[in-house]
Design a protein. Structure first.
Length: 89
């Protein structure tokens, strides 16, 4: 997926309004990609969008950001298990 496709999907996910400044969205996406890559060892489009959206939404508050990212743990675990099942088949 290209960076512009990621930006478009992220805008849709966070209900971006026309005319808003989108100059920081690429930063949130880069951090989302890095977070997912470190957690899974690969990029997962859906999780990148989710993490980037959380980082955008909670860009100021540390405690809520931590809680929101922790809430994604089951999805990371599920993705890890599905990879193991796929490689073992």
């Amino acid at each position: 997926m290209t960076d512009q496709e990621y930006v478009t999907k992220l805008k849709s996910h966070i209900h971006w309004e026309e005319g808003m400044d989108d100059s920081m969205l690429s930063f949130y996406l880069a951090q989302g990609k890095k977070y997912v890559q470190n957690a899974l060892g690969k990029e997962n489009e859906w999780l990148v969008i989710m993490v980037a959206g959380i980082m955008y939404e909670y860009r100021v508050s540390e405690k809520e950001l931590e809680q929101a990212l922790d809430a994604l743990t089951p999805f990371f675990v599920q993705e890890g298990y599905s990879d193991v099942e796929t490689t073992n088949e």
